[in-house]
Design a protein around this ligand. Structure first.
Ligand SMILES: Cc1ncc(COP(=O)(O)O)c(C=O)c1O
Length: 415
């Protein structure tokens, strides 16, 4: 499903005025088109989303919420935000949605601000097992202001250790339990997390930054019926602009809104909210449902092909858009693998592994699926990985040429 209107046309106006910056932007557009975007957190937004982002709403200050702003002239800003909120609540079946968070981290910050006091205990997945920075990293506000207790995954299976979750919850009596991860390729058992939270009187926060697009397309379970608050990003599988979103119960709506503005943010970025509305509109279509299911199907095909090449898959496979794997059986660690794959035009991340200190690789199929690639291309990509990992200059050049040929057939923004 590649989309038309190459960004080059949009850049013309900039090129005439500021060729230096225009060159940077067209270089990035070329990089995205000529290499394989396998970073699990990235995607290609539609030209309609890009149009909203580049619209005059970018000029507008609109502190507050629709109908209650601190600035004048907000009638169109109000309209954009109302559409975004209505689309989000309808799509995810939530009582309430706040589309103002500038990022996924801002959404999590707002959730904590609404539910917790400094020093409160929170149970979340440990960072070395796939938790996000906002799940208690000492380098992040979360680790500084709250007392995080980490749970983990089973070192053998890579699956969440639910017995440990329940035992830690009973022992520490946290104020909130967070479920969600940056690299877990399976669905969290939201019902089980809810039961544990209920048993110890904790709030349940689902950080669905990664799977929310799959949820929109009916390709992953919806955390909304289980969690008190669901935090998400809008720029991953959901294919919207970079940004965050909070979904919550009617009971918590006012607390969440106040936690976003004025507690943790000032004026919302109204052009981004309009772009979120566009993306949510796209995500409500049957075409997006088909897309979300294809993303998962492609991740499964790619995972199986990588396993056949010798990669050790965390949890043995995937139910999502995301694959994490240890390339050690091919003689390299995650960092070397990322560097060699990047040299050959295949862009992805490293990630923690459930066992030991080594790093694995993390990749996803959201962007390549948006480009229109299918199962045969996934098998081809797995073979290219193995060739590139040898790190031989001639082989790397050959793979890079093959990547160029592949991406030429699937341009992200049409020809
Ligand atoms: C689970 C999780 N939470 C929060 C975030 C933060 O999102 P952002 O980078 O937009 O702040 C991410 C981003 O990848 C994530 O995966």
């Amino acid at each position: 499903m590649s989309v038309s209107a190459p960004p080059e046309e949009v850049l013309d106006v900039l090129r005439r005025q500021d060729p230096e910056v225009a060159d940077v932007l067209s270089g990035e557009a070329r990089r995205q088109a000529e290499t394989l975007q396998l970073i699990a957190a990235e995607n290609f937004t539609s030209p309609a989303v890009l149009a909203a982002l580049g619209s005059p709403l970018a000029n507008k200050y609109a502190e507050g919420y629709p109908g209650a702003r601190y600035h004048g002239g907000c009638e169109y800003a109000d309209a954009a935000e109302r559409i975004a909120v209505e689309r989000a609540t309808a799509l995810f079946g939530a009582d309430h949605a706040n589309l103002q968070p500038h990022s996924g981290s801002s959404a999590v910050l707002a959730a904590y601000a609404a539910l917790l006091r400094p020093g409160d205990t929170v149970l979340a997945m440990g960072l070395e097992h796939g938790g996000h920075l906002t799940h208690g990293s000492p380098a992040n506000f979360s680790g500084r202001w709250f007392d995080f207790v980490p749970y983990g995954v089973d070192p053998e299976t890579g699956l969440v250790d639910y017995e440990q979750v329940a035992a830690l919850a009973r022992h520490h009596r946290p104020t909130a339990i967070v479920c969600g991860s940056i690299s877990y390729p399976r669905h969290p058992d939201y019902a089980l997390f809810r039961a544990v939270a209920d048993e110890v009187g904790a709030y349940l926060v689902a950080d669905a930054a990664h799977p929310i697009g799959l949820v929109a397309g009916g390709a992953a379970p919806n955390p909304v019926p289980y969690a008190d608050v669901v935090c998400a990003t809008t720029h991953k599988v959901l294919r919207g602009p970079r940004g965050g979103m909070v979904l919550c119960t009617a009971e918590l709506a006012e607390r969440i809104d106040r936690a976003v503005f004025p507690f943790t943010q000032g004026g919302a970025q109204m052009h981004t909210i309009a772009a979120k509305a566009v993306a949510l509109g796209e995500a409500s279509t049957p075409a997006f449902t088909a897309y979300a299911h294809r993303v998962v199907e492609h991740a499964r095909v790619l995972a199986a092909a990588l396993a056949a090449e010798g990669f050790a898959l965390t949890t043995g496979g995937t139910d999502t858009h995301l694959i994490t794997a240890d390339p050690a059986p091919l003689g390299v660690d995650g960092r070397t693998a990322r560097a060699r794959l990047s040299a050959a035009g295949m862009v992805l991340d490293t990630c923690a592994l459930p066992h030991g200190d080594g790093r694995g690789i993390r990749l996803g199929t959201a962007a390549v699926t948006t480009q229109g690639m299918g199962a045969p291309e996934m098998a081809r990509i797995a073979a290219l990985f193995t060739s590139a990992l040898r790190g031989e200059p001639e082989e790397t050049a050959r793979v890079r040429a093959e990547v160029r040929e592949l991406t030429r057939s699937f341009p992200p923004y049409g020809r």
